[in-house]
Ligand binder design. Sequence first.
Ligand code: CDP
Length: 241
Amino acid sequence: MKPDIKLFDSDGKRLDGRKPDELREIKIEVGVLHRAEGSCYLEWGGNKAIAAVYGPREAIPRHTQNPLRAIINARYNMAAFSVEDRKRPGPDRRSREISKVISEALAKIVLTERFPRASIDVNIEILEAEAGTRCAGLTAAGVALADAGIPIRDIPVACAAGKIENQVVLDLGKDEDNHGDADLPIAISPRTNEILLMQMDGHLTLDEFDTALELAMKGCHIVSDLQKKAILKKYQNIEEV
Ligand code: CDP
């Protein structure tokens, strides 16, 4: 499909000057909220997200309890002021879907069997959105879980690849998402490369899909290093005090 705006310049650079396999700039800060067990503030290009983890605590209402394991309750919310056209506050279809897929992804990585009847609540607030918020939110949630000291097999991380003007690129920005052909967000456990979440918007051929998946995996590993650096930074500083 031909986009209605040009997404590459004559040098093959993208609208924001990135190369096809380049991520937007990412900043991660750990432990920003004091009333949460663990928290993370993350900027990813124009996205700004906060993740806060509460629990494990007794799951309420009681009928939601699982006698064998903890339930992971991720709640993704986009602030009304996070997008250009004010978003109607409160849950909608999209945020329910994102909350569900993030909950399922995190449940694969948390040792939930250690906390029967408990719930681990993960609140993800998107303060500013510019495409890729589910990846930003999940990546922040992974850091917040680690900061909370919740037993996890690995720190989950997410990143997307997509297709614009017939080329597979890493980490679509807003215009690329709006005018591009496909978006493939994934989340993985970086230690094992197990896929925790995979969704796709648009169309890719099988070859393009393989290329996009490989590129998104590479992106995940870069972001994973940033997560670990941010966590080390917080805990090394505490040790030095
Ligand atoms: O954010 P993500 O890419 O994970 O999800 P999406 O549903 O593909 O949304 C892409 C982008 O569209 C968001 O990041 C927002 O920038 C924008 N959006 C919006 O402007 N208004 C909404 N109600 C929902 C999304």
